[in-house]
Each structure stands twice: as C-alpha cells, then as structure tokens.
Ligand binder design. Sequence first.
Ligand SMILES: C[S@@+](CC[C@H](N)C(=O)[O-])C[C@H]1O[C@@H](n2cnc3c(N)ncnc32)[C@H](O)[C@@H]1O
Length: 274
Amino acid sequence: MSDSSAGGFKAGRFSNLDAADEASEYVKYLEGAGARLRLLSRARYSLLNLRPGDQVLDVGCGLGDDARELAAMVAPGGRVIAIDASAAMVAQARRRSAGLEMAVEFAVGDAHELQFAAASFAACWSERVLQHLADPGRAIAQMARVTRPGGRVVVFEPDHSTLVIDAADRATTAAVVRSLAESIRSSWVGRALFGLFKASGLEEVRIIPTPILSHSWTDTNALLRLDAALKAAVERGTLTAPAAAQWLADVEQRHAAGFFFGCLLCFAAVGRKP
Ligand SMILES: C[S@@+](CC[C@H](N)C(=O)[O-])C[C@H]1O[C@@H](n2cnc3c(N)ncnc32)[C@H](O)[C@@H]1O
C-alpha cells in the first residue's frame, strides 16, 4: 500500500515490521482501529475450548493483548507462549505485560517455522496474521503440528476483496477495493481458510463469518486506510486523480449526512487436531 496522507502507514508492512523505520505508527494502529476489530474477535476465544492448566500458543501476537486475555483463561496452572516475527512487537508485548501476575511469555518467531515440538499445546490462536504471510497454509499446518490431539486451532482473518461500500461511482469503488486487496500479501486468506484447514488434516472444521458493518467513513478509513489505497491506484494509473478525489468527496459527504455504508467480511476458522 502506498503512503497515506496521514503518514507513511502501509498495511502490507505488517509482513516485515522490523524493517519498518517507524514501528510506532503500527503500534498506534493496533491500539486504535485494530483494537476495535480485536474486540469483535474476542468472542471467538470460546472456540479454543480452554481449561485451567492448558498451554496455549498465540501466533503473531502483536502487542500481546490476546495473549494476556488467554493467560487469564488458563489460570491457574496454564501458560501462554506468544510469538511474533517482529522484535519491536515482542518488546512492546513484554513491556505491556511487565509486573502482571500472569503466565505469559513472548518470543521472536516465524509462523512459517514454529520452533516447538509436535503436540506441545492444548490450543493455537492467531488473529489477523495469516493475511500478511507469504504462505498461510504452511503456518496453519505448523499450528496443527504443535497442537496436541483433541486440541483446537482457531484463527480470525478478514478477506479484503469482500469489502462493500455504497458510493455513486461503481468503477472507482471496485478499483479502490482491488487496490486495497493488492496491498496485502495474502488478502484472500479469509475465503481460503476452509480449504487450508482441511488440507492441514484438521477435523470438524467450521467457518464463522463475521461482517464488520460501518456507518462511519472515518472508522472504515482508519481500519483499512482506503485513502492510501486510492492514492496507490492513482499512482499505478488504474484510477485518475479527479475520479479518486470525487469518490473521496462522495464518501465523506455520505458520512457527514449520516448515511455512509461499508461492510467487510471476516472469518473465524476452527478445527480439531485428530
Ligand atoms: C495486524 S498485526 C495483529 C497482531 C495481533 N494478533 C492482534 O490481533 O492485535 C499482525 C502481526 O503479525 C506479525 N507477523 C507478520 N508476519 C509474521 C510471521 N511470519 N510470523 C509471526 N508473526 C508475524 C506482525 O509483526 C504483527 O505483529
């Protein structure tokens, strides 16, 4: 994704955050718009079927918010190990957990190559990480490998191409959605989860669709950075600058008038290790 007018934020950089010159902008994103989405996925913790004493893995933990909540769910006696490819994120997660009386450990690690023995965990969790991976199927297979028989693997991912926005110019709307999807490495992962879970040998696979409905252009743009997707489309020549400006004015006007409508489909997937 190209630079947004609000700064240098690029959603695609979540694939390689330590290479980003300014991690703080991504921290701010996870604390703001990202946190609002995280609140929705919390309802999915129950899919993990956790019990006190369980050991859980959080893959791509970011700031560690899920890991801390999961640690409370497996107390007493349980433990959460949380990994992230970004040393900057792991440092943030550790700082935010310092002094808390909970069994949670953070480490740098790659979802594609989990450094744990087979059947090490009662359950594995991953939220909004697979979309940033070169090979989400491999990460799911790794989570299945480290989960013990009878344990659950649960992930939550959006599918960016499912975004609908009510705007006058359909062609520009389609170009914006395409530009958004092209900015994320594995933006189709939401719809691929069922097949990838099945291919990794997980059983009782279920997909739970979760539409994220918004009547606020401001919130939608904060979550998806559509202004940056617009700008990227103009730079690539798939959209003219006047068409982009007109589209932006249209959605801002709808927002101001109280009838903006946008909706993105996300999917939770759960599977049981045989
Ligand atoms: C959008 S954030 C989500 C963070 C957290 N799961 C949450 O829901 O708040 C994506 C996270 O995935 C991490 N990530 C990206 N590629 C990864 C990989 N190959 N292995 C592990 N983590 C990765 C990023 O560093 C970032 O912290």
